[in-house]
Design a protein around this ligand. Structure first.
Ligand SMILES: NC(=O)CC[C@H](N)C(=O)O
Length: 316
């Protein structure tokens, strides 16, 4: 079976899948999304690429950007980062406030909203031009110079960002936010508003499958040990209170966003992105998870099992 046949098989299996979920409505700009979009894009270690469905259309990556901002902040401040944010799974929804008060304004991990807001605070403190520097970083990883923030999405989220305001104010009261709360939150909303296609996403995350090296430029983004840290955080925290189930079903480190995107990596082998805007009750793409579950089952690729039988998969 080659990859195109595998994608075809996934598509056939998904035909009867009716738990498509609902597009995010709490951010008005996302409520207009078309739940029938579906794309899957694979980039392999050898540089082969395989597309299926709507893989060229940019969509709002939302919380997937939290991994990229984490990587950028980690590069800038190193292990000092862990004084401000933890690395434990929260077992709670991405926007839950409850633990934050008990744990004195230190978010459980950098992939829930509170943690990502602290990361934004760090980036603002460290960078002279955080907006420009960050988008440049993302463009270099993706190889796509046209990747942009979408102002309309950021503004739409700001208009009704009551809960994120609650997060940042609570953390400020505990002394875990250094900068002006509005300045930090604006940056956070912009990071969430970045748009990418499945193709961009799979390419962007390839460095995490390559031990920290950007395969497009051969530049080292992270050391192998730092890459381990980011991938472990994705595995344990990337899907919030569904992280266990994602590991159970798919078996790869990954990250989701409420725009319906998911990206997952298999170290030394591939990066895969999927997009289906319908979300389940945990805010993760419902069909996206199912598609990845089928993919890793057919290819026998997951970080817990024996090495897959890749040589039995032909290229093209
Ligand atoms: N899980 C997500 O993608 C959430 C991101 C969204 N911008 C928020 O702050 O709620």
């Amino acid at each position: 079976m080659n990859y195109q046949e595998i994608f075809q098989e996934i598509s056939n299996e998904l035909k009867g899948f009716d738990e498509i979920g609902q597009v995010a409505t709490y951010i008005p700009a996302l409520a207009k999304g078309n739940p029938n979009k579906f794309g899957m894009y694979l980039v392999t270690e050898e540089g082969h690429e395989y597309a299926h469905g709507d893989t060229e259309e940019p969509f709002s990556i939302q919380s997937i950007s939290k991994v990229l901002s984490l990587v950028y902040a980690f590069k800038l401040v190193g292990t000092d980062l862990w004084k401000r944010v933890g690395v434990e799974p929260s077992g709670s929804p991405f926007n839950s406030l409850v633990q934050l008060e008990y744990e004195q304004g230190i978010p459980r991990n950098p992939l829930i909203n509170a943690g990502a807001i602290v990361i934004c605070d760090i980036l603002i403190s460290q960078l002279e031009n955080p907006y420009d520097d960050f988008i440049r970083f993302v463009r270099e990883l993706s190889g796509n110079p046209n990747i942009q923030y979408r102002e309309e999405t950021a503004a739409s989220e700001k208009e009704c960002g009551y809960k994120n305001n609650a997060h940042i104010n609570l953390m400020k009261s505990f002394g875990n936010i250094d900068n002006d709360v509005e300045q930090v939150l604006d940056f956070y909303f912009y990071l969430c508003s970045i748009e990418m296609s499945c193709k961009d996403l799979a390419q962007t995350f390839m460095f995490l499958a390559r031990g920290g090296k950007n395969p497009l430029t051969n530049k080292r983004v992270l050391t192998a040990q730092e890459t381990k840290r980011i991938n472990s955080i994705m595995l344990l925290c990337g899907f919030y209170d569904e992280a266990g189930e994602f590991a159970f079903k798919v078996g790869l480190p990954g990250k989701s966003g409420v725009g319906g995107g998911i990206v997952a990596i298999y170290p030394d082998q591939y990066s895969i992105a999927v997009w289906s805007p319908g979300l389940n009750s945990k805010g993760n793409s419902s069909k996206g998870i199912k598609a990845l579950e089928i993919f890793t089952t057919i290819t026998q690729s997951n970080v817990f099992g024996p090495m897959p039988i890749f040589d039995e998969l032909e290229y093209e």
